[in-house]
Design a protein around this ligand. Structure first.
Ligand code: FE
Length: 225
């Protein structure tokens, strides 16, 4: 049997994986970045096949990873995690640096970054698993603390979007006991939970133009749990 709750015990960081060139590039929020070998230093990332950034990684064979700090504002997660680069230029207004190889790196709220060249691309059905050699790594602000996925979930109330490798369908989680008549509502776009027990306003009494604080979806995109 699989208890999806058990998977929440696995800790992850949160990163922006970026790729492309000076003319066009894209990036997305990833929690699946990990070092594979020390000598030579190799990393692996997992990227949804539909993800716009994976097209750039496949065509250039290069990507960068910005390691995000704990106070990264929600706007960054909304822009890079819940929007598609096919519909907007995610780098617009963002502080970007290009490496010697022309790979765009997001500097905003990054404490450091790495740049890698893809060695192997492994087909994982819904995702590409890229294993890659480290080309360059650099500190941006060593005084910053890295954000973890657990912090994002517990403090910022965010969840993995549907195209993330670690997405969990929360309807599969064991239902926790409900507090009195307080209900929880889930955003079907990003997974954000509006918990009436933690808010003064019942969901149905929120104004019609109320929007999901994570992804901007409207009330109609919420499902009562
Ligand atoms: Fe949302």
């Amino acid at each position: 049997m699989i208890d999806f709750e058990a998977l929440y015990g696995i800790s992850y960081g949160l990163y922006i994986v970026s790729s492309g060139n000076q003319n066009r590039g894209n990036g997305f929020i990833s929690n699946t970045v990990f070092q594979v070998t020390a000598e030579p230093p190799r990393f692996a990332i997992c990227c949804n096949k539909d993800n716009y950034t994976s097209e750039f990684i496949k065509s250039t064979g290069l990507f960068a990873v910005s390691i995000l700090e704990i106070n990264t504002p929600q706007e960054i997660f909304t822009r890079f995690g819940y929007k598609s680069g096919r519909e907007m230029d995610k780098f617009n207004g963002i502080n970007i640096r290009y490496t010697e190889n022309g790979v765009p790196v997001v500097l905003d709220h990054a404490l450091s970054f790495i740049e890698c060249r893809v060695e192997n691309t492994i087909d994982m059905d819904t995702h590409w698993l890229f294993t890659a050699r480290l080309l360059h790594s650099e500190m941006i602000d060593g005084s910053l603390q890295p954000i973890t996925y657990q912090y994002y979930r517990e403090v910022k109330k965010g969840l993995s979007p549907k195209n993330a490798p670690t997405y969990i369908d929360i309807s599969k989680l064991k239902q926790t006991t409900m507090k009195e008549d307080k209900a929880e509502y889930k955003c079907c776009v990003c997974g954000y939970i509006y918990d009436e027990a933690e808010n003064d306003t019942k969901f149905e009494n929120l104004p019609v133009d109320w929007a999901c604080p994570l992804c901007g979806a409207g009330k109609e995109d919420f499902l009562k749990l």
